[in-house]
Design a protein around this ligand. Structure first.
Ligand code: HEC
Ligand code: HEC
Length: 270
């Protein structure tokens, strides 16, 4: 190794002359691709991101429901190339909260942001997993009974989120904890409510609809129940998942196989 790129760049950046030559380099950036993608650049991009972008996109860049800023760690919906990401950062997205960056920010620094965002994305082909995705596929619809609740590419149940593309936005570690620790951080969409109507029987289900006079839920057998609000005897919200924890239900190697299968679930390339 001739030099440590981190210190090399740091040294250069600390002298004013370089910012000029960086500006020259970046005029040809579209042709040359991203020239600012060393580990040092990724690190600089991250620092800038934390100061200017994280308040909307979150420190982990996984998005934030309140600001409407999307998760940018997976496949982006608005850009499929580096140049596309560069342009979004440089120009913003019209009529949204995504504003352009300060126009005085050098292109080099915008490229560093692009490098940082790129570094967040998993290249699935470089990730080595212990499990076997084909065995996981079999477990998913067989012994694990996952398909009772989850749909993958149009097959399966509706009692949990569609997992057809779950591998794009979740890391293998997150997929594992979805199975072993399902009650952690359940989104309100999947909370259960327990409603006792005029017959005195408590019924549990997902909230399907509500207006001033009535409330509708769907139970685990996909039956719909409708209640008139003035006849409801009790009502309780349960912020736990209906998904069982598989910690004890499946062996460690079966869980690894499922992680490998889930991680392989992505948009079809064509
Ligand atoms: C004030 C809040 C806010 C700030 C600050 C912000 N963004 Fe955004 N960003 C958004 C919103 C909202 C969207 C989604 C716009 C849309 O597509 O409707 C978005 C979209 C994006 C996208 C496109 C995502 C996709 O899936 O295509 C990228 C990339 C992005 N932002 C990067 C950044 C970077 C880098 C910064 C810091 C320089 C930043 N954003 C700062 C709110 C923000
Ligand atoms: C009784 C229904 C049910 C069964 C069976 C079930 N799940 Fe779930 N699953 C859910 C629900 C509801 C959620 C959403 C709430 C949560 O995060 O736990 C969920 C969430 C998930 C998530 C997180 C998805 C995301 O978008 O964040 C993954 C991954 C997952 N399940 C995988 C599995 C696997 C693999 C199996 C089988 C081993 C399984 N599930 C069995 C109901 C179920």
């Amino acid at each position: 190794m001739g030099f440590n790129s981190k210190y090399y760049w740091k040294g250069l950046l600390s002298c004013g002359v370089l910012s000029l030559s960086l500006a020259n380099l970046s005029t040809n950036a579209e042709d040359a691709g991203n020239l600012f993608n060393t580990p040092y650049d990724v690190n600089q991009g991250e620092r800038y991101f934390e100061r200017q972008c994280s308040r909307c996109h979150g420190f982990d860049a996984k998005g934030n429901d309140e600001t409407g800023a999307p998760d940018i760690t997976g496949r982006l919906s608005r850009a499929s190339t580096n140049v596309g990401v560069f342009n979004i950062i440089r120009e913003g997205i019209p009529n949204t909260a995504m504003l352009p960056v300060d126009s005085a920010l050098p292109d080099a620094q915008v490229w560093q942001l692009v490098s940082y965002i790129e570094s967040l994305r998993y290249d699935p082909s470089t990730v080595e997993l212990a499990g076997n995705a084909n065995v996981g596929d079999t477990l998913f619809s067989g012994k694990g009974e996952c398909a009772d609740c989850h749909m993958v590419k149009g097959q399966g149940g509706r009692l949990g989120p569609d997992l057809s593309r779950v591998g794009e936005n979740a890391t293998p570690t997150e997929l594992m904890s979805s199975m072993t620790d399902p009650h952690n951080d359940v989104s309100p969409r999947w909370w259960t409510i327990s409603v006792t109507g005029p017959d005195g029987v408590a019924r549990n289900g997902f909230r399907m609809g509500e207006d001033s006079f009535s409330l509708r839920i769907m139970d685990n057998d996909a039956n719909l129940w409708s209640f008139r609000k003035n006849q409801i005897q009790s009502y309780e919200r349960i912020d736990q998942s209906t998904m069982p924890s598989y910690d004890q239900l499946l062996s460690e190697s079966e869980l690894d196989d499922l992680v490998a299968y889930l991680f392989s679930l992505r948009r079809e390339e064509n």
